[in-house]
Design a protein around this ligand. Structure first.
Ligand SMILES: Cc1cc2nc3c(=O)[nH]c(=O)nc-3n(C[C@H](O)[C@H](O)[C@H](O)COP(=O)(O)O)c2cc1C
Length: 211
């Protein structure tokens, strides 16, 4: 375990990109809470979260003004903390998760009401954008924060290789799927993922498909 100079690039986070993490917070009481939450890297030691009202995480952050962001690639941890409550024996005393490859501590700088019209969730005033300062980073195992972009690239490539083997309705499905994948990668992906999706799109366009 090593304390690092605070720079989110030490865990592979690039300014302007979004990563999927598990945010842990103190409940109002003796227990701790974990939930998957997207983190936008806003600088070496700055992050933004957008959290929908109604979650324990948002309530806890508003009350405590601090939280921990855990970096893990463990699907079980994401699943259990989404579908139910992560058992208390997964937490360290300092709020981090025992099996996190890395984690960082955050202090809230500001809380702002926000609605983004392009978002599939359109109810007004439902989300809060939280700007925070990263006050400590701990790396247990060298790791990069999880970005959703690469999964979409691999899936899009796999579908591309099957494209000539499937019937027209399946082709249509693949194209719809690709458009959605491209939208998400443009929004959250790393530069390399965006470039790769651009290459795949070019191939479909060359072949006369409308994207
Ligand atoms: C990968 C992933 C990322 C998520 N990111 C966010 C997010 O950025 N903001 C948010 O409000 N909810 C997000 N969610 C949904 C919350 O995790 C979910 O609402 C959760 O039940 C909240 O739990 P809590 O009530 O214990 O805080 C995400 C879910 C997943 C699976």
């Amino acid at each position: 375990m090593a304390n690092m100079k605070i720079n989110l690039s030490s865990i592979g986070m690039e300014k302007g990109r979004q990563y999927e993490t598990i945010v842990t917070t103190n409940n109002d009481g003796p227990t701790k809470n974990a939930a998957p939450i997207g983190v936008l890297c806003a600088g070496e030691n700055r992050i933004l979260n957008r959290i929908f009202k109604g979650s324990h995480t948002l309530e806890n952050i508003i009350r405590e003004r601090e939280f921990v962001v855990n970096i893990t690639h463990n699907p079980e941890l994401f699943t259990v903390s989404t579908l139910g409550n992560l058992p208390q024996n997964h937490f360290n005393e300092n709020l981090s998760l025992k099996c996190a490859d890395a984690y960082f501590k955050c202090k809230v700088i500001s809380l702002t009401k926000a609605v983004k019209q392009s978002d599939p969730i359109k109810k007004k005033g439902e989300a809060i954008v939280i700007k925070s300062e990263v006050t400590d980073i701990v790396i247990n195992n060298q790791t990069n924060a999880l970005n959703r972009g690469f999964g979409y690239v691999i899936e899009s490539l796999a579908n591309y290789t099957r494209f000539d083997l499937v019937d027209d309705s399946k082709k249509e499905e693949y194209l719809i799927h690709f458009k959605e994948a491209h939208r998400v990668v443009l929004k959250v992906g790393r530069k390399e993922d965006i470039e790769a999706m651009g290459e795949i799109k070019k191939e479909y366009l060359k072949r006369g498909y409308d994207l």
